[in-house]
Design a protein around this ligand. Sequence first.
Ligand code: COA
Length: 334
Amino acid sequence: MMRAAVLSGLGGWLPPRVVTNDDLPAELDTSDHWIRSRTGIACRHFAKPGSATSDLAVEAGARALASSGEPHADAVVVATTTPDRICPATAPEVATRLGLAGAAAFDLNAVCTGFMYGLACAAGMVATGVADRVLLIGAETYSSILDPLDRGTAPIFGDGAGAVVLRAGDPGEPGAIGHVDLGSDGSGAELIRADGGGSRQRLSEGPEREGEQYLRMDGREVFKHAVMRMTASGRTVLERAGRSAADVDRLVAHQANIRIVHQLADELRIGRDRVVTNIDRVGNTAAASIPLALLHGVADGAVRPGQQTLLTAFGAGLTWGSTLLTWPDLVLCD
Ligand code: COA
């Protein structure tokens, strides 16, 4: 029989510092009412200075391993836009700090779609026998690339990490990763970007280059693409799985903006009562968004074993990806 990757552990971690909308700098000229009504976000977590993405990733990874009941993995994938450094990758350090030295370890960057790309990679590694157990972590420290005075981004993003363990199993088991849809469109690369420090826009000192390290976003255009791309990708994966929107018990979409998630649900004809969301408490945590939404959904009882669960994400690149799975029975660990 063919091998499949089966979801067997879930964990996450948020840095303790909570920043409410009212805590944001007054210079942003925004308000709690505007942010809540336009995005659904009430607060986000920011890592303290000196704390890096690997620190969050280790906390989330340890909890996912504990949740899976076994402390080992033979591959560690860290999906992130905000690695500790440009070189080396963050994953080897994370693996070693988790007691997994010797495991294959690499980073993957598909921005807010990073977790979905990571899931496809991890599932492929398990299915082909490259690995028997993969720890996949989506971890971000967006506070390190946010311009605190840009009201188009500063209220939107937050820090956090979410992780899953995938083990070898059967395609028919709950939690088995089956059909996955992934896609990209580089013509939209300018819509969300952080230029500084790359090979094209080298970081240099001088006032004319000030701010080039920050994330910039055309929010209005991104909004339209997010709804369009996740709708198409969600439909594709349902079609490949021979399912319809009526079969979907839970929609767990990238937590970009509650209005995006609701419009997506409407387009897919999935009732808003089937939408799982935690954006009010975490904001947009990019590659950590889907595993954190799953974690909070399971903890709150919104995501339950046996439910047909549609995961879909969209991010800079542009990138997008979706999968459908039967939710497995998982034990969460603090
Ligand atoms: N507080 C108060 N007013 C704000 C504001 C803020 N934080 N941000 C923008 N505004 C103002 C604008 O200046 C504009 O004012 P004007 O009409 O006088 O010019 C007005 O609100 C509308 O601006 P717009 O950019 O069209 O707002 P929006 O409704 O599109 O909301 C975002 C802005 C960023 C919240 C929204 O576009 C969004 O969520 N986009 C997607 C972001 C995303 O998901 N990114 C990640 C994808 S992976």
